[in-house]
Design a protein around this ligand. Structure first.
Ligand SMILES: [Zn+2]
Ligand SMILES: [Zn+2]
Length: 117
């Protein structure tokens, strides 16, 4: 439950490691396996989405509404952006059932761009 609360309260799209480090102070009995298994359960019940912008890095998001993700290549932050994917008509998938939609952008965020100016 604490894991879900933590996810709801953060916009940082944390990884298992980040969640573990954040909660170990409060829950000394916590293990990374517990975090991992709990997150899998949430994903199964569709209350948390899994974000895999990077093959070797899985992040989690308690916001399951369809939205896009932008990953900054400098500060490695993952930010949300709102977009209406329903305007995207994909002719090739007309007769398909879509269960998941992911929109990932990569680049450099405005804060990092400011710093390099
Ligand atoms: Zn950045
Ligand atoms: Zn998100």
């Amino acid at each position: 439950m604490r894991i879900y609360e933590y996810l709801l309260g953060t916009k940082s799209h944390p990884t298992v490691d980040m969640i573990y480090k954040e909660l170990i102070g409060d829950i000394p009995t916590l293990s990374k396996t517990t975090v991992y298994n709990t997150l899998n359960l949430f994903v199964e019940h569709e209350i948390v989405s899994r974000i895999t912008i990077e093959e070797n890095e899985t992040r989690y998001d308690a916001d399951t509404a369809v939205h896009g993700h932008f990953k900054c290549e400098k500060c490695e932050k993952v930010l949300d952006f709102v977009t209406d994917l329903s305007v995207l008509e994909v002719q090739d998938l007309m007769n398909f059932q879509i269960n998941q939609q992911h929109l990932y952008f990569r680049g450099i965020c405005s804060e990092c761009l400011k710093k390099t100016e």
